[in-house]
Design a protein around this ligand. Structure first.
Ligand code: F6R
Length: 639
């Protein structure tokens, strides 16, 4: 295990933290959300103990959602292993959907018990979560009494928050008033879209909720807001650097005297001090930072790399860079750096001088593993490169890490069960049909239905890989157990998952591994699948094949690497773009009204094409050749 980075998250008043003229909220950025969560849990534990030593109750305001999960996990561990007691804790949860049964697995009541309350010694009567079943005639007085109860306990000592992409805290959506108290609120469309996967469809997400108000939250003596992943980067920037506005309710926290945002690098990536540090302070000009700055400068000035002038550098906060090298040298260096990332030979070009190529020439025929978190990420994210690797004679293996069964609709599953029954009537097929017919909303799939759904995705995967010319014996399905919960919420990565990964890597002994390098959501499947790759590789580092094995990361369906980060860009001709599209089409259950669409209504093939076209356009705008499309990769180097 790597040592945990110890970072002090204690609030420091303006002037004492590394604030910039852009930032209006104290924030601390960690390499990983894991380390950050542990730090927050330690602060909460210290507060509970201090209050206990003073013979006082500790009043905690608690949040649900994916952000605090790891904090709760650590608090539970501290209770179980270190004897941290919650006897003196009184808790008030921020919110609850309306209407919502306590027993419903989607309720915040269920969430809090599952993640925290069932595992610690907090007295049941000290737990307060808004009642999602309160009748409409009683709800106003209920909200007032919730607010009053917090006051009666002397107010919140500590409030834990997450942030929604709308800038909501609790469910205080855009438009919420500075002085608002606990009340009923109508959820924003974006909030409902974000919750849709968990509810298995947007129509099942409640439209209303009870939420503590902005004023309820603001009155807490200490506030810590958690933000993980790139998906939160934009709203974090707007909140920390923007003007206070009811349109971004979290900006109200700028007025709080003891509030810290605890972020990981993804969530903090849009802050000016990280995004464009040269606008903030003198920089240490590493190659990576120089590349980032030059790409930014080209975008800003709308110029190609080779036409940037001294004045462009000087006028845009890069005078100190210019004092190290003149613009001519900087431009040539950057142009070559980018030029060298482009290759039509993703497995290396045999018999070619390879000093400036992204991949080694030797061995000429490489063993390659393409890890695909779901059965379709391979073709969506690197279908063109996949195709070239096969055409160029490499021994390519595709390894699907999860079954992807949850993303197949009941309609599709029933259709296939009915076909199966028509071909050969069987009790199994009939049971599946009956189970689907009588399935209640938000109930889990039976193991048989899940198996059928997994098989549908397998069949589609074979259709795609066969279309690209791969033999069936090079296609592997791991069905990693962490994914097999039958719900959107997955288990943590476990030893059994890692062993399956080790096993396949050891069998193939690859020279190249391609894996999905998505860092966006720490609890998302792609992230867990990447952690599985890292964990397996770490254990294999003494194997002889390991030192010849390069790991290339592609990005999943949602993001692309920044141009300055790309280390291998594989161009595609218009024909290859079409071929990739057809391979994606083979995944029919993920076409037309896919279950987990998010707020982007484009189908996966459209997203992939637009993204690949966009990368090519960006290269071209910087002054490089004009390709139809490009797939992009970053090499991960092990220590
Ligand atoms: C949860 C809550 C919300 C969430 C926010 C972020 O009780 O009130 O404000 O904190 O929607 O959700 P996650 O953490 O799932 O990204």
């Amino acid at each position: 295990m790597t040592a945990r980075i110890k970072t002090d998250i204690r609030f420091k008043p303006v002037g004492q933290f590394e604030e910039t003229r852009f930032e209006k909220i104290h924030n601390v950025i960690f390499e990983s959300s894991d380390d950050a969560s542990i730090e927050v849990a330690e602060e909460i534990a210290a507060l509970i103990k201090r209050k206990d030593a003073e013979n006082k109750m500790c009043v905690l305001g608690l949040a649900t959602g994916s952000s605090p999960i790891r904090v709760y996990e650590e608090l539970v561990r501290m209770h179980q292993e270190e004897g941290l007691s919650f006897k003196n804790v009184v808790s008030f949860n921020l919110d609850e959907y309306l209407p919502m049964d306590k027993e419903n697995t989607m309720s915040y009541h269920f969430f809090m018990h599952e993640h925290l309350f069932n595992h610690v010694d907090i007295p049941a009567e000290n737990v307060h979560i808004p009642d999602g079943k309160i009748s409409s005639d009683k709800v106003v007085s209920y909200c007032l009494s919730y607010e009053q109860k917090i006051k009666d306990y002397g107010g919140l000592d500590f409030q834990l928050l997450g942030i929604g992409r709308t800038g909501h805290i609790g469910f205080n959506e855009p438009g919420s008033h500075y002085n608002s108290g606990t009340r009923v609120i109508t959820l924003d469309h974006i909030t409902r879209v974000d919750a849709a996967p968990a509810f298995l469809g947007i129509d099942k997400v409640p439209r209303k909720a009870i939420t503590m108000g902005i004023s309820t939250v603001r009155n807490a003596k200490r506030i810590v807001l958690l933000g993980w992943g790139q998906n939160k980067a934009e709203i974090i920037k707007n909140t920390v650097e923007g003007k206070i506005s009811s349109q971004v309710p979290a900006t109200y926290l700028q007025n709080h005297e003891n509030c810290t945002f605890v972020l990981d690098t993804g969530a903090g990536s849009e802050l000016t001090r990280n995004k464009t540090p040269w606008l903030v302070k003198p920089c240490e000009w590493t190659n990576d930072l120089t590349a980032k700055a030059i790409v930014w400068l080209c975008n800003k000035t709308d110029k190609t790399i080779l036409s940037l002038t001294d004045k462009d550098y000087n006028d845009n906060g890069m005078a100190d860079l210019l004092s190290l090298k003149d613009s001519y040298d900087l431009n040539i260096w950057m142009f070559n750096r980018l030029q060298h990332t482009i290759t039509g030979w993703p497995g290396g070009k045999p018999n070619a001088e390879d000093t400036n190529r992204p991949e080694r020439a030797l061995p000429a025929r490489k063993r390659v593993i393409i890890f695909s978190p779901h059965p379709d990420d391979d073709v969506i994210s690197m279908g063109g490169t996949f195709d070239r690797l096969i055409e160029q004679g490499h021994e390519v293996h595709v390894v699907y890490q999860t079954s992807g069964n949850i993303a197949v609709s009941d309609t599709d599953a029933r259709k296939y069960a009915e076909i199966s029954k028509r071909i050969s009537p069987s009790e199994e097929a009939q049971t599946i049909i009956d189970t689907i017919k009588t399935k209640k909303e938000s109930s889990f799939d039976s193991p048989e239905v899940r198996k059928l759904k997994g098989n549908i995705r397998r069949a589609e995967s074979y259709a795609a890989t066969r279309y690209l010319g791969l033999e069936d014996n090079k296609v592997h399905f791991l069905d990693l157990p962490f994914y097999e919960t039958g719900t959107i919420k997955k288990n943590n990565l476990a030893e059994e998952d890692i062993l399956l990964m080790i096993d396949i890597i050891k069998k193939i002994k690859p020279h190249q591994i391609f894996a999905a390098g998505d860092l966006a959501d720490p609890h998302g499947t792609h992230r867990v699948c990447l952690d599985a790759v890292f964990a397996a590789m770490k254990r294999l580092k003494n194997e002889t094949f390991f030192k010849d094995c390069w790991l290339w990361l592609y990005r999943g369906a949602w993001h692309e690497w920044e141009i300055n980060e790309i280390e291998m860009a594989v161009p595609m001709s218009p024909d290859q773009v079409l071929k990739k599209r057809n391979a994606i089409f083979a995944h029919q259950s993920q076409k037309d009204g896919v279950m987990f669409q998010g707020d982007d209504s484009r189908e996966f093939w459209m997203r992939a094409e637009e993204r690949n076209r966009d990368t090519a356009k960006k290269y071209n705008a910087l002054g490089l050749s004009d390709y139809a499309a490009m797939e992009a990769f970053v090499r991960h180097k092990f220590d």
